[in-house]
Design a protein around this ligand. Structure first.
Ligand code: MN
Length: 489
C-alpha cells in the first residue's frame, strides 16, 4: 500500500504491524533483519502545483525528488493541451514541507502574496536528466504525461504529451465579434420571456482571459488592452480559468452615472504616461454581462439564462470590474429605474436566445430613454460670432445599402475642447465634392471625407428622414464609418 497524502501515519502503522515480529525475536541472536521502519518510504513521489498571487500571478510546479521539491515557476499555468507549451522557469529546490503550504506571504517579503494549493498528487518518473524531466501525473486536476525540457539557462518549457484530459476541449478563439442589439422603441413582449439589464453607455469590449492574462478587444477587433490598465487585475481574480467575457467599459461622472463624455477622455489615449495620469482622474469599470467561452468550450449555443448562471459563478466583482445582475421580466420597472438613475436605457435579451457573434438578430434589443445613435461627420458650416473659425454645425449621415445618406445638421453639444478637436480632425479630410449620395445638404458647407464617427442624441427622426433637435455626445473611435446605419425610429 502506498499513501498519497499522509505518509507519516502510514509509517506509524508499518511500525505497529512490525511490533509482534520484533517481540518474538532477539536480534542479537538471529541473523534475521530488525524491524526497522524504512526511512525511505516506498510510496510514489509527490507533486504539487501552487497558485501564487505574487506581484505577477504564476503557478509553482514542484516534484519530490531525493528529499526535496524540484521547482519551476510557470507564469501561464500547466498547459491543458499538447498544442500549447508554456514557459517554466527553473527555481531553487524547496523543502518537502512546502508541499502543504498554503497561506499569505506578507507583503514586502520574498514572493509576497497568497499561495493556494491548485493541485497535488503523485507522479511516476519516466525520465530524469539535468535538461529533461518526463513524468506521469496523478493529481486531482492533472492526469497524464508531461515533459519539462530546458531551452536556455533557467528557462524551461512544460509540454503535455498526452491528449487533453477533456477530449472535447477546443482552442480558445483569438477574435470574436460581439453580438449586437436592435434598437426598439418599445419594450418587447411577452415580458416574462425576456431578461432585462441596464444599458451601459461606454465602450463595448470583449475580454479574453487565459493564464491570468486579460486581453481586451474592441468592437472592431482592435486590441485596446493597454488603454485600460485597471482592468488587467481581473486576470488574477480568474486564476487558471480560461474565459471570454462580453461587457462595456464605462467611466462614471461626478454623480456616479456612466458617462460617455467621461470615457471619451480615456478611449483616445495610447501613450502610457497619459493613460496612467488620466486613470486617476477618470477611472473606468468593466461592466460584464456575458460569458461566451469557458475552459475549452464555447457557451454560445447555451441559452442566455445558462450563460448568466455561469457568469454569476465566476463571482467577478472587483475594484474595476462588476457583474451587474439582470432581471427576468419586469421590463417596465427596469426601464423606469434606468431613467430615474439617468442611464441610457435598458437591454432586453430573450431568455432562451443563443449568443450570435456579430449579428443583430433581434434576440437582443436596446430600449432607450432618449434616442441616440452614431453618425458619420461629412461636413460643417462656418461658425459665427464666438464660434468664428470653428464649425457652427456639423453635417452628418449614415449608410443605407452602400449609399451615404444625409441626416441633418447638428449645432449643439460642443465644448471648446471638442471644437478644437473637430478642427484638427476635419480640416485634413477636406473634400471638393459632397460625399452624400442622397438628401439635400446645404450648399455653403465645407465637405469632408466621411471618416469620423460620433454619437448624437436627438428627439426623433422626422418624416423626411432628418434628426430632430440633435446634440453631439462624443466621438466614437471604436466604430468604423462604413458600419454606421440608421438604427430605428
Ligand atoms: Mn512562486
Amino acid at each position: 500500500m502506498t499513501s498519497r497524502k499522509r505518509p507519516w501515519p502510514n509509517l506509524f502503522i508499518v511500525a505497529r504491524k512490525l511490533a509482534e515480529y520484533e517481540a518474538k525475536r532477539d536480534f542479537k541472536r538471529t541473523p534475521e533483519p530488525g524491524a526497522k521502519v524504512p526511512r525511505k518510504e516506498t510510496r510514489a513521489p509527490r507533486f504539487v502545483v501552487q497558485e501564487h498571487h505574487a506581484r505577477r500571478l504564476h503557478w509553482d510546479f514542484r516534484l519530490e525528488k531525493d528529499g526535496v521539491g524540484v521547482s519551476w515557476a510557470v507564469p501561464k499555468g500547466i498547459p491543458p493541451d499538447p498544442k500549447k507549451n508554456h514557459l517554466a522557469v527553473h527555481v531553487e529546490d524547496h523543502p518537502l514541507e512546502y508541499f502543504k503550504f498554503a497561506g499569505e506571504i506578507p507583503k514586502g517579503e520574498y514572493g509576497g502574496g497568497q499561495v493556494l494549493i491548485w493541485d497535488e498528487g503523485t507522479y511516476d518518473p519516466i525520465k530524469w536528466s539535468d535538461r529533461e524531466v518526463m513524468v506521469v501525473l496523478h493529481g486531482k486536476r492533472l492526469n497524464g504525461r508531461y515533459v519539462l525540457f530546458q531551452t536556455r539557462g533557467k528557462d524551461w518549457m512544460i509540454h503535455r504529451m498526452d491528449p487533453p484530459q477533456d477530449p472535447d476541449r477546443q482552442p480558445m478563439p483569438q477574435k470574436l465579434e460581439p453580438m449586437l442589439a436592435k434598437l426598439s422603441s418599445k419594450l418587447p413582449t411577452p415580458d416574462d420571456a425576456w431578461g432585462f439589464e441596464f444599458k451601459w453607455d461606454g465602450i463595448r469590449a470583449v475580454a479574453f482571459v487565459d493564464g491570468g492574462i486579460v486581453r481586451l478587444q474592441s468592437r472592431t477587433g482592435e486590441n485596446i488592452t493597454p488603454r485600460y490598465p485597471e482592468i488587467h487585475a481581473m486576470g488574477r481574480a480568474l486564476g487558471s480559468s480560461e474565459v471570454i467575457l462580453d461587457g462595456e467599459i464605462v467611466a462614471l461622472d461626478e454623480k456616479g452615472r456612466p458617462s460617455f463624455e467621461e470615457i471619451q477622455q480615456r478611449m483616445g489615449l495610447t501613450a502610457e504616461p497619459d493613460i496612467r495620469r488620466k486613470m486617476k482622474e477618470v477611472p473606468v469599470t468593466y461592466m460584464i454581462f456575458d460569458v461566451i467561452w469557458q475552459d475549452g468550450h464555447s457557451l454560445m449555443d447555451q441559452p442566455y439564462t445558462d450563460r448568466r448562471q455561469a457568469l454569476a459563478k465566476l463571482k467577478l466583482g472587483g475594484a474595476s470590474w462588476q457583474t451587474p445582475p439582470y432581471e427576468k421580466g419586469g421590463g417596465q420597472t427596469m426601464k423606469d429605474a434606468s431613467a430615474k438613475a439617468g442611464l441610457e436605457g435598458v437591454m432586453a435579451k430573450k431568455l432562451d436566445s443563443k449568443y450570435e457573434p456579430g449579428r443583430r438578430s433581434g434576440a437582443w434589443q436596446k430600449v432607450k430613454n432618449r434616442n441616440r445613435q452614431e453618425l458619420v461627420i461629412a461636413g460643417w458650416l462656418e461658425g459665427e460670432g464666438k464660434r468664428r473659425g470653428y464649425p457652427g454645425a456639423l453635417l452628418v449621415g449614415y449608410y443605407d445599402k452602400g449609399k451615404f445618406v444625409y441626416a441633418g445638421k447638428v449645432g449643439t453639444g460642443f465644448t471648446d475642447a471638442i471644437l478644437e478637436d473637430l478642427n484638427k480632425k476635419l480640416k485634413p479630410l477636406a473634400a471638393d465634392k459632397s460625399p452624400f449620395d442622397a438628401g439635400a445638404p446645404p450648399r455653403a458647407a465645407h465637405f469632408v471625407k466621411p471618416k469620423i464617427v460620433a454619437e448624437f442624441e436627438f428627439v426623433e427622426w422626422t418624416r423626411g428622414g432628418q434628426l430632430r433637435a440633435p446634440a453631439f455626445k462624443g466621438f466614437r473611435n471604436d466604430k468604423a464609418a462604413k458600419d454606421v446605419v440608421r438604427e430605428g425610429g
